[in-house]
Design a protein around this ligand. Sequence first.
Ligand code: ZN
Length: 272
Amino acid sequence: MNKLLFGISGLPIGSNIKKINYASGIEYVKSVGLDAMELLFVRNVNVTDKNKDEILKAKQNSNIYLSAHGSHYINLNADEYEKQEQSIQRLKAAILGLEKVRGRSLVFHPGFYLNKSKTESYNTIKQNLLKLPQGPIDLRLETTGKGTQFGTLEELVSICREVASCKLCIDFAHIHARSKGSLKNYKDFDNILKYISDNLGGSALKDMHIHMGGIKYGEKGEIRHLPLLESDFNYTACLKALKEYAVTGCVIAEGPLVEADALLLKKAYEKL
Ligand SMILES: [Zn+2]
């Protein structure tokens, strides 16, 4: 990809859309000047043989980048082996669903540490990720917002070096929440991009998948998403760093305002 696309997570709020679904949502997103949508497979894979054709048609007419967010019920580090296997099956089903509409990236949270050490969790999750197919869909491991969840930047970068099918989804709001508000200035964002480039090579910055949004956090990290302007997230500094490093790929805005915050980010980025 040779530019940075901006888009939304899930369906737009929209206005004057008669029937809101993925197909009409994609057309609406394009009409307001955005270029990407992340389908929400968080409860189930809601691309089926019934709706796939109209979604694909809308995607091709609008030239929209599609990703999907995988199930919330994934733990590749579960205590029970069957639960690990079920998580792998859920990921495989999501890959198939996204392939039907020629999506690019499947984003997910790999798991929880539970009572296991970080090293043991890392190894179990890595072994399970190696069982997933390497195909047209990039597996995007998302930086997570709580200390109980596997998924620090360092852990995920290390996995990406070891498992060829895996790439990053940098959720800046999650990194910010997990570290109780550590992303304050330009330098904090610069450090993250430099770390990625140093460890995965400059090419990783040319194919990034990013989540951005306002976030409320506490002692244990992430609490919930907030509108950007109601949060302390320094999106201007973040966008500046993305521009400085000439990052390309896709930025998905997360939060209750959906397309309004995605457009806020896009316009702020274009003004830099
Ligand atoms: Zn997520």
